[in-house]
Ligand binder design. Structure first.
Ligand code: TXA
Ligand code: MG
Length: 330
C-alpha cells in the first residue's frame, strides 16, 4: 500500500482528521463510526452539530450496511454514477448513528471517484464497509476548497490548524459539491444541484425528479441562503448591464473584480482590479471556487459575476453563484 494512504488510514483509525481530495471539492474526513472523531469535524469547521454529514464509502456493496432499505433506483443510480459526484439519501441502518446523521432517520451516502481517495476508502473499509464522514474542508459558510492550498489556508495543519494530514491530490475535476438526491420520497427529490443533473438522473431511473427542498425535506445546510460566500460582496450582473455597472462604480471611485464569459470578459478585464474569463459553463464550474478564493484576496470592493444562461448543465454552478451573492445575514 502507498505510504501516504497507509499514514492516512492510521490517523483515521486513531480518530484523527484527514483532508482528502475528491473529484468535487476537498473533504474533511473522519471515521464515520467514531463519535469523538466526528465531533472534531464539527469543531474544526465551526459547523452546527445538527447538520448531517455525508458518509463516503468504497463501493455500492456498502449500501446495505448503511441503509435499511435500498430501492431499485439506488441500484440503478449507483451502477450509472458511482464512483462519482452523486450523493444519495436513504433510510439509515443502525450503523448510521445520530452523531453523523444529525439525528435524522436518513443517511447520505457517496462513493467519490478521485483515485487517491478511492484507494484510501478501500484500505479503510478493509472488507468491513467502514465509511468516512466528510463535509467540504472549509470553515462553515466560507468558500469550499478545490485545491489542497485552500484547505491549508483555511483550516490549516496542526499544531496551528485543526487537520492532522492534508492529502494533495491536485485540483478537483468537477469543482462544485456533489448532487444530493433524496430517494426516501416519491418522486425522488434533488436537494442540491451538481454535476449529475436532474435530466441525467431521470434518464437512468425512468421517472422525473423534483428539484429543491420543501418543508418535509431533511436539513441541508448547503441550502441555507448565504453559503459558499466570499468575504467581499458578490453581485450577479447581466451581460447587457455590465457596462452601466462598471461606469457607476467608476463614478463612485469603487474598484471591482470580475468573472465573465469570453469576449465580454476580455473587454472589461483591463478596467477591473482582476478578472477571470470563462469559455463555457464547465470552465466556470471547475474554476469557480479557486477564482473566488483569489478574487477575495484582491483590494476590489465588489466581485461582479456575469453568469451563464440557465440550463440543466448550469443549474449547479448557478445555484452556488446565487448563494455566494446572497446577503450574509440570514
Ligand atoms: O461533494 C461533496 O458532497 C463534498 C465532498 C467532500 O464529498 N462534501 C460535501 O459535504 O459537500 P457538506 O457537508 O459540505 O455538504 C453535505 C450536504 C449538507 O448540506 C448536508 O446537510 C447534506 O449533505 N446531508 C447530509 N446528510 C443528509 C441527510 N441524511 N439528508 C439530507 N441531506 C443530508
Ligand atoms: Mg460544504
Amino acid at each position: 500500500m502507498d505510504k501516504t494512504i497507509q499514514e492516512a488510514v492510521k490517523i483515521l483509525e486513531n480518530g484523527g482528521l484527514v483532508a482528502i481530495p475528491t473529484e468535487t471539492v476537498y473533504g474533511l474526513a473522519a471515521d464515520a463510526e467514531n463519535p469523538e472523531a466526528v465531533a472534531k469535524i464539527y469543531a474544526a469547521k465551526k459547523r452546527p452539530t445538527n447538520h448531517p454529514l455525508i458518509v463516503h464509502v468504497a463501493d455500492a456493496l456498502c449500501l446495505t450496511d448503511w441503509a435499511r432499505e435500498v430501492p431499485e433506483s439506488a441500484i440503478k443510480l449507483t451502477n450509472a454514477f458511482w464512483p462519482g459526484p452523486l450523493t444519495i439519501v436513504l433510510k439509515r441502518s443502525k450503523r448510521a448513528k445520530d452523531f453523523v446523521t444529525g439525528g435524522q432517520d436518513t443517511v447520505a451516502l457517496r462513493c467519490p471517484a478521485h483515485p487517491i481517495t478511492h484507494e484510501l476508502l478501500k484500505a479503510f473499509d478493509n472488507g468491513r464497509s467502514r465509511g468516512l464522514a466528510a463535509p467540504s474542508a472549509n470553515s462553515f459558510g466560507k468558500i469550499s476548497p478545490s485545491l489542497a492550498q485552500h484547505v491549508k489556508e483555511d483550516l490549516g495543519l496542526k499544531p496551528e490548524g485543526s487537520v492532522d494530514m492534508i492529502i494533495d491530490g491536485g485540483p478537483c475535476d468537477v469543482g462544485i459539491e456533489s448532487s444530493i438526491l433524496d430517494l426516501t420520497c416519491n418522486p425522488p427529490r434533488l436537494l442540491r444541484e451538481g454535476a449529475v443533473t436532474g435530466d441525467m438522473i431521470s434518464q437512468v431511473i425512468g421517472e422525473p425528479v423534483l428539484h429543491g427542498i420543501n418543508n418535509l425535506s431533511p436539513r441541508v445546510p448547503g441550502t441555507l441562503k448565504s453559503h459558499y460566500a466570499p468575504n467581499h460582496p458578490l453581485e450577479l450582473v447581466k451581460a447587457e448591464d455590465l457596462a452601466g455597472k462598471a461606469q457607476f462604480l467608476a463614478r463612485h471611485f469603487k474598484s471591482f473584480a470580475l468573472i465573465a464569459p469570453g469576449k465580454l470578459g476580455r473587454r472589461f478585464s483591463p478596467i477591473s482590479e482582476k478578472a477571470f474569463v470563462y469559455e463555457d459553463t464547465n470552465d466556470l464550474q471547475v474554476n469557480l471556487y479557486d477564482w473566488l478564493h483569489q478574487l477575495d484576496k484582491t483590494g476590489a470592493e465588489v466581485i461582479l459575476v456575469v453568469p451563464p444562461e440557465y440550463s440543466d448543465k448550469s443549474a449547479g454552478v448557478l445555484d452556488r453563484l446565487a448563494r455566494a451573492a446572497a446577503p450574509k445575514k440570514l
